[in-house]
Design a protein around this ligand. Sequence first.
Ligand code: HEM
Length: 448
Amino acid sequence: MSTDTAVRVPHTRVPTAVLRPARTAARWAVRHGLPAVYLERGARRGDPVGRLLRDRAVRDEPYDLYEEIRARGPVSLGSLGPVTASHAVAADVLRSDRFGVGWDDAGAPRLIRWALRFGDELEAAGVAEPPSMLVVDPPDHTRFRRLVSRAFTPRATAEYAPAVRRTADALLDALELRGGEVDLVETYAAQLPVLVIADLLGVPTGRRADFLRWGAAAAATLDPGLSFRRYVTAERALREMHAFLREHFARLRRDPGEDLVSRLVGLPDDEALTERELHATVMLLLGAGFETTVNLLGNAVVLLDAHRDQWNALIAGPAGWDGAVEEVLRYDSPVQITGRVGKDGATLAGREIQPGTRVTVLLGAANRDPEVFADPARFDITRGNARDHLAFSAGIHYCVGAGLARMEGVIGLRALAERFPALRVSGPPVRRDLQTLRGFEHLPVTLR
Ligand code: HEM
């Protein structure tokens, strides 16, 4: 499915005005409409994955449901197939080469295969569609990953830390001038990661309002079962993002900088990415770079406000921020759900499974597994093994940006606490209406 070839559409000359909506409908039907039917039916029957993905209240507060799933055993059967809340099973699946992320549609009904091909369009592709590295297996995965990981080595990340601190300070200066009550997500938690990744990728920070809008659309498309209306809105934003990227690549080809994207567009012929691979890779980096870190920052502020003694301890001893960030990642993970597809010979909790079986891995639940974390529902920034969480996944898809995210978390939170030690959450925070990602859309705070 990760080919760069043009979509095979019928040879008759169909006007774009007809063709485009038809393709949108086909894409939505396979990726969202059909899963929605299964999930809805499952939810009505009480299936936990159906409830998790369809019931807004459960989605806002999923942790009781995770315990129900855990009580059924290390693996249970949900409406989309097997699901696990077990840390051991999740880690095994994520690390096993008998599981992949690529979906072989050869066994799918003809109509679905046709709809996938007909609806396939570079300009509308989201971050979780091939050839995004998130959803391709080796050898393509290895090739993409090698090209980007050089920009995220511990050394590269450490060199970047002073710039992150400067960006955080500039945002805090602006907040200081405003004073009083602000929405911390809008003014800080969303701004810092988007500015950082834009700089790293050499994209103009002046477009950051657009990036945030496009990123939100990309994040929504990670969730199965989007309504048609939400999907159409998301797709419009994705098209704008692709159009921007096309111009951006052309600009960097003419006038390259020192950034990662300049390097990617200027690769020698034997390594060069196709246009489609380039779009998928940069779009993923841009989206993953801020759509998750915003949640880490927001979740951290809410948790530390609710555990004021721990906030005060961090102000007194700022060395504790590393541990605090790990505990936030564990306790309220910004990415809650992922999945893998079994290949030949794949086993799940010791039992062989049918190739093609999709396993839902509840990262947020695995991170509260009492087998690994003592008293897991307790938020404790001094927890010795918090770093054993799976918030960044594991195995070959382990988050490329984990080091950068940790660094942004520590610097961003520490700078905030130093500047506004008396900061308090001043009204009910509003969760983002998302399933895969977990964080806040609005977070009202008083700064002092
Ligand atoms: C708190 C912040 C972040 C969290 C919780 C997070 C979480 C994750 C998770 C769970 C995965 C793997 C999903 C799976 O196994 O199916 C992943 C992959 C990825 N993340 Fe992050 N991420 C964060 C920040 C970042 C940042 C700052 C970047 C920077 C560009 C980034 C780039 C990526 C990329 C490119 C992948 C795909 C890796 C692959 O498929 O090999 N992430 N992230």
